[in-house]
Ligand binder design. Structure first.
Ligand SMILES: C[S@@+](CC[C@H](N)C(=O)[O-])C[C@H]1O[C@@H](n2cnc3c(N)ncnc32)[C@H](O)[C@@H]1O
Length: 215
């Protein structure tokens, strides 16, 4: 039987994690793949899709970004909101917390300078989710996706992401029209943090002007 990584699963998982080590969760550093890739971008408007404890949202907001942070786990959002308030009013006021289901939640078209979606289980089609998130990126903006692959290619063993469907390089690349998107990175990379196996890392820039569509 396939495990259901649905709202109730994540709500229970967050409730337990926050009950048992809420302080540590609040202090988790932002994802180094993301921070390395976007540190030089001028602050703008960002979407953190599936933000969880929101380390990346808070890192961006502290650097001057205005962030829409979406998750369907209310306990994670409540914890993240109180972490933001503890950091300071300037950070807290830059974040809009949205309790929403990414199965249907759709970003405002072309609105965001940066859309990130890190380690989110996809209940439906990965290509469809990637395509829907990509519609939110403004011309010249950045799409940054990371998915923990379920099998470690070095050993063939199941990883902690086994049973989940997360972003893969093939599905993401298939969803991004090369006339509209420049791929900066699209490859599996060894995991820099805990857990075995590799991460699919997709860093793409939406072209300001589509290519190859003259005439
Ligand atoms: C493994 S956590 C990753 C959290 C964060 N992005 C990070 O990198 O640390 C996955 C998050 O995705 C959220 N999530 C999974 N499916 C979702 C959906 N359909 N809609 C909204 N949030 C979802 C979960 O609630 C959880 O907070």
């Amino acid at each position: 039987m396939t495990a259901a990584f649905d709202r109730s699963f994540w709500e229970q998982r967050w409730s337990q994690a926050l009950r048992e080590h809420g302080d540590a969760v609040a202090k988790r550093p932002p994802n180094a793949r993301l921070t390395g890739a976007v540190a030089d971008l001028a602050p703008g408007v960002a979407l953190d899709a599936g933000c969880g404890h929101a380390s990346e949202t808070l890192w961006l907001a502290a650097r001057g970004w205005r962030v829409t942070a979406v998750d369907f786990a209310a306990s994670a959002l409540a914890h993240a909101r109180s972490t933001a308030e503890a950091i300071g009013a300037d950070v807290a006021e830059r974040v809009e917390w949205v309790e929403g289901d990414l199965a249907t939640w759709t970003p405002q078209p072309g609105h965001y300078d940066l859309v990130l979606c890190l380690y989110v289980h996809v209940a439906g089609s990965v290509a469809e989710l990637v395509g829907r998130m990509a519609t939110g990126v403004a011309p010249g903006g950045t799409l940054f996706l990371v998915g923990h692959r379920p099998v470690d290619p070095a050993t063939g063993a199941a990883t902690p992401a086994a049973g989940q469907v997360q972003v893969s390089v093939d599905d993401a690349v298939a969803a991004l029209d090369p006339a509209l998107w420049e791929l900066v990175v699209a490859e599996d990379r060894p995991r820099a943090v805990g857990g075995s196996g590799v991460d699919a890392v997709i860093h793409a820039r939406r072209r300001s002007h589509p290519v190859g569509r003259d005439g």
